[in-house]
Design a protein around this ligand. Sequence first.
Ligand SMILES: NC(=O)c1ccc[n+]([C@@H]2O[C@H](COP(=O)([O-])OP(=O)(O)OC[C@H]3O[C@@H](n4cnc5c(N)ncnc54)[C@H](O)[C@@H]3O)[C@@H](O)[C@H]2O)c1
Length: 464
Amino acid sequence: MKRNLLLIFTALALLAAGCCKQKPVENIIKTPVPTRPAGQQNVLGLTAEPIETVHIGVVGLGMRGSEAVRRLVQIPGAEIVALCDLLPDRVESSQQFISKKGKPVPAGAYSGEQESWRGLCEQADVDLVYICTDWLNHYPIAMYAMECGKHVAIEVPAALDMDQIWGLINQSEKTRKHCMMLENCIYDFFEMTTLEMAQRGLFGEIIHVEGAYCHNLDPFWDEYWNNWRLDYNQKVRGDVYPTHGIGPVCQVLDIHRGDRMTTLVSMDTKSFNGAKIAANHTGMEVREFANGDETSTLIRTEKGKTILIEHDVMTPRPYSRMYQVVGTDGYASKYPIGQYCLRVDKPADQVDARHISDEKVYEGEEMRALQEGYRNVILTPEFEALAKSVGGHGGMDFIMDYRLVYCLHHGLPLDMDVYDLAEWCCVAPLSRVSLEHGSMPVEVPDFTRGAWNQVDGFHYALAK
Ligand SMILES: NC(=O)c1ccc[n+]([C@@H]2O[C@H](COP(=O)([O-])OP(=O)(O)OC[C@H]3O[C@@H](n4cnc5c(N)ncnc54)[C@H](O)[C@@H]3O)[C@@H](O)[C@H]2O)c1
């Protein structure tokens, strides 16, 4: 009897232990990769015939597009030859601006119809279609522009879902036209200098990075044409504006130039402020608001690194793109405070465990002195001064436009290709998938379809 009881207890104990033991399960949501159409090749390192004067058509002349016009007229080797906006008065005011600057008034002027931009894309002398409309219009304009044989530059985020992302990749691969997203934040001064530091090994091996778009948009909601931005946030869950945060940190990690993102998981708060903001804005009762006030996404890479991306446009949290870079031997942080920290190798008898941290911290003047030793190769003091004088988010927008025109003029690969666009935009649709499945991991596809390890690190192309 006793022996039988012992056997029963042992069996029950083993059963209980078996139940509690974690079993590996297939817990990742697969993301389909469409087969590359026959005869099509990747566009890594894509070059095109050099263009003497880059003729630009700008579509969308709201807050961002009118600023782009202001900058582009100051870029050597560029000429705006066509303008388009749904609203005729916006085309007129950009024409007037260009004329006041003493530049030729663009021959092409398109407005009034939802698809007036077709005329601009068809205009024979346009080399580059520069798209600054609301998000929903980016994709059809970019697709048609490439079909018409034009290079395209598209404001952020260039694409909203996986179909659009693959559509742009296929169109760029098929037409051999550049398809670049206008991600300006890779050209900010701290980011460019820190990239140089990382590439020269100052931080050891980079293992973790963080980026964000925390920007209280209260003062802006009323300014967008037709309320497009608040509407989109009301309808769509997930990190809908990831590219300012992820772009600069992906460059540091050499994404699709030696490493690639493989998996992401996302979590969001419920919408605490969104519905209230929408109700105040529209004067109507708003019961549902899809976008959480705060969305966080964690991404893992093939080489075992991690990326944290946040989105918050609904709270008074101070503006931040985070930009934190963690290496085996050092650390860089742009927000909330600009600083670098480097490991100090001290003899064992000088190490004092009572100090909370023992690394060397560089802030203020010391930080600036350190940065001077790591000037980014494209950022000469004269060019930096010019960019700051023209401005556009402190100068980074000018550097972005200048580089785009410079590379087209010299027939060089652009700083950002269509795979960067894909990787930085995919956080929106894939974070949504994760959120809708209880934060399950979601596979991040290899948008190069097999070539993510062919290019050896990120480099700027320079004319000989
Ligand atoms: N990179 C950055 O720092 C940054 C900053 C702000 C905005 N943006 C991006 O720039 C884009 C525009 O934003 P915004 O703030 O200028 O918005 P906005 O609402 O001020 O401007 C949008 C413009 O698009 C026009 N438009 C709408 N439908 C059109 C159509 N069918 N054809 C032609 N024109 C059309 C509207 O009339 C309007 O003038 C967005 O993609 C936004 O995310 C980027």
